[in-house]
Design a binder for this molecule. Sequence first.
Ligand code: X2X
Length: 333
Amino acid sequence: LNRRTFMAAAAATLLFSSVANAQYKDEYTVSTVLPSAFPWGQAADKWVELVKERSEGRINMKIYSNSQLVSGDQTKEFSAMRSGLIDMAVGSTINWSPQVPELNLFSLPFLMPDNAAIDAITRGEAGKAVFAAIEKRGVTPLAWGENGFRELSNSKRTISQPSDLDGLKIRVVGSPLFQDTFTALGANPTQMSWADAKPALTTGAVDGQENPLSVFDVARIDQVGQTHLTLWHYMADPLVFAVSNRVWSQFSPEDQELLKQAAIDAGQWEIEKSRAELDATLAAIKERGVEVTELTQEQHDAFVAATQSVYEKWTPRIGEDLVKQAQKAVAER
Ligand code: X2X
């Protein structure tokens, strides 16, 4: 061996061994808001299980639910992942929207009338643009899941038109967009974490809340006086399976692919499962005596008209092109 060949071989060996021995953590943290009793938690469980199986135990992930890694403040989850405090998460677009304004897209009232509309956005160009926006802010998105269409409940009265919301105190989630939606409808919105929501409903500090039927059902929201439920399908929050960029770059390309495919499979599984369970969930809720209101077309249109100001204010923040792209995808679904 001449000297030059030797040096090249040594460098190659060094490079190879540094990749092959890349120090993986014994365990990766996965943050969720909702635990295993909910479809959301089950999505994370499935991801962890598939990764463990397919990596033959090389990659281990541990779920920390109830936003415990961010002391219950779900709106801090994205920042914690970006800074590497959390390795991975299955998170709601709502909770990450304070850091990724593009995620407010899904919260625009009545943008997505049905499941096909959600899919048209997430599986199309708009979905890609949203993923690019997440990535740009330090987190690698891998796949979509679903929390579900968020329906409105309250302890006071039947809600079938915007004026029925007049003065009602409604607990809302993370993004200021929700303040605007409920203010436009004449309600009195209060932003609080999921951890604080049930106590606030119990004491009557708030009159109402909005969440998917699966959450209403499993969390037994009917037991804290929420006896009126309006199926208005005003928005749905997709879930995103994601990894902190700091952690992502430490995985070999093969393991990145493994993590991604497992997330795609877990997401698909969870989306199908939670959609399939919806009818039974609604039946169970009715069985418990909750008054369920469905809107006529005319009533629905009144809610759409009453929330137009949200589009005017938020379209520039989300991005004009992205909103148009999404609306086109929905129209052509
Ligand atoms: O806080 C909520 O309402 C929940 C559980 O649905 C979310 O994290 C968006």
